[in-house]
Design a protein around this ligand. Sequence first.
Ligand SMILES: Cc1cc2nc3c(=O)[nH]c(=O)nc-3n(C[C@H](O)[C@H](O)[C@H](O)COP(=O)(O)OP(=O)(O)OC[C@H]3O[C@@H](n4cnc5c(N)ncnc54)[C@H](O)[C@@H]3O)c2cc1C
Length: 490
Amino acid sequence: MGAKNGKQYIERLQTASNNIYLHGERVQDVTTHPSLKGVVKSMANLYDLQFEKPEKMLYTSPTTGEQVGMTWLQPKTIEDVIKRREAIQEWALTSGGMMGRSPDYLNAEVMAMGVANSLFAEADPMFAENARKYYEFARENDISLTHTLIHPQVNRAKAQHEQKDANVALHLVKKTDEGIYVDGIRLLATQGGITDEILVFPSTVKKAGELDDPYSLAFAIPNNTPGLKFISRESFDYGKNSFDHPLSSRFEEGDAIVSFENVFVPWERVFVCGNSSICNRTFRETNAVVHMSHQVVSKNIIKTEFILGVALSMMDAIGIDGFQHVKDKGTEIMLALETMKSHMYRAEHNAKLDKWGTMTPDYEALDAARNWYPRVYPRLIEILRVLGASGLMGIPTQADFQNEEIGDIIHRGLQGKNLEGYERVQLFRLAWDITMSAFGSRQMHYEYYFFGDPIRMGMTYFDNYQAKDELKVRVQEFLGKGSNSKFLNV
Ligand SMILES: Cc1cc2nc3c(=O)[nH]c(=O)nc-3n(C[C@H](O)[C@H](O)[C@H](O)COP(=O)(O)OP(=O)(O)OC[C@H]3O[C@@H](n4cnc5c(N)ncnc54)[C@H](O)[C@@H]3O)c2cc1C
C-alpha cells in the first residue's frame, strides 16, 4: 500500500482497538477520547503532510515501486542522509519539535536493524531474515510504532534474575514450534496505544549478563495482540483549547507501562530470543543508535529554533530586547542552536558507507550532540522562565477574554509593546506550556532521559573517547617527558 495518510492512520487505530487504560478506565476509542484525540490528530497531520509535500516526504520503494515515507529510506549517499533529515525536520516543524515520537524516530531504528540484520543471524539465520522482512513490512505499510526498552524500577542494584520477584520484568516463558510466549512488565512506551505496533528491544545503555538471557529479547507485535495492555500515565491534555494550552492540547503523547500477560509472539516477529550478548550489541553494531541520533539532533535543531523564536518574541513583546543580560540570554540560545547545527553538518558531511552499504552519519558528532543536549535543554527553559517573569503567571484563559465583565480590562491591561493583550497572553501561554505546565515539565524530563540515563551515557562517552591517550602524550611531551618532545626547553 505504501505511505499512509492521516485518515488511514485514524481508521487503523479504530479497527485495532488497542488495549489502553487511562485514568482507571479502558479507552474505547483512542481517536475520540478527550485526552488523546489532540495528539492523534497531530499524528494524522504528519501522515497527511507526506502527501502535501511528496517531493520531500516520499520516495519510491525499491521492492514494490509504491511511494513510501522518506523517513524509512536506507540512505546510500550523503544526499540521501540530507533528504532524511529534511523530512524529519519538516515533521518537527509542525510541533516546534515538541513531539519526541513522531514516527521518524522508530522508523530510523527499524530501517537500521532491518538492513544490518546479520548481527541477529549469530543465533539463527531466521532472526536476520525476520529483521529484514520486518523493515520491508513496516515501510510498505507505514506502520506507526512505539517501543519499550527498560525493566521495571524494582531494585536497580540487582540484575533481573536476582530480583526478589524475578518474574516481574518481561521474560521468556516458553518456546513452541510456532513462536515464543512472554510475560511481565516493560517501561516506558511513549505513544503506547496510539500506534500500530510495539518494538521490544534491549536498552541502549544497560547491559545484561548471561544469567539475564531470559530477559534478553527483541521482537515486534501489533498493539492489539491478546494479553498486551498499555497502562498510560495521567494525561496532561486537560481538554483545553489551543489558546489556553497551545502544546498540551495537541502534542501530549502519553507514556505507558506495558504489561504482557503470557503474550504469544510468532517466530517471524522475533529478532533476538534469550541472548544477552546480541542484545547488548544491538543498537551500536547495527548503527541504529547513529540513525536514531541523527533523527534526534535534527528534531532538536527545530526545537531550539522554536525556543529561540519564542524568546525573541517575548523580548519584543515587553520591550526587554535592549537590556544587556537579555541579549546575552538570547545569545546563549543562539549558541546552542549553532552548536547543534555544526554537529549536524559534521555528522552529515563526514558520513561513510558502513559494511551493509548504508551511508552512516559520523557518530562522533552525533554522540557529542546527543550527550550535550540533555545538559543544555534545562538552561534554555530557564532562560524562557527568567525572561517571562510575572508574564508567565499573568495568563488569563480564552474564556476570561470572552467574559463581558473582565475581557476588555485584561485585553487593555495585558497589552505589550507591539501586541494587544489577547495576542500577548497567547504568546506567553505558549512560553508557559514550554516551561511550566505539566506538559513543559514532562518535556524537560523527556529530553533528559528518553535516550537513556545521561549519567551512564556520559560514562560510556568518556570511556570511548578516542583522543584521550594522544592528548595525555601531548602533555607529557610538553613537560619534556616524552620520547620525541617537540617543545623547546629553556
Ligand atoms: C518522558 C519519558 C519518556 C520515555 N519514553 C520511553 C519510550 O518510549 N520507550 C522506552 O523504552 N523508554 C522510554 N523512557 C525511559 C527511558 O529510556 C529511561 O528513563 C532511561 O533509560 C533511564 O532509565 P530508568 O528510568 O529506568 O532510570 P534508572 O536506571 O532507574 O535510574 C534512576 C536513577 O538511578 C541512577 N542509577 C541507576 N542505576 C545506576 C547505575 N548502575 N550506575 C549509576 N547510576 C545508576 C540513575 O543515574 C538515575 O539517576 C522514557 C522516559 C521518560 C522520562
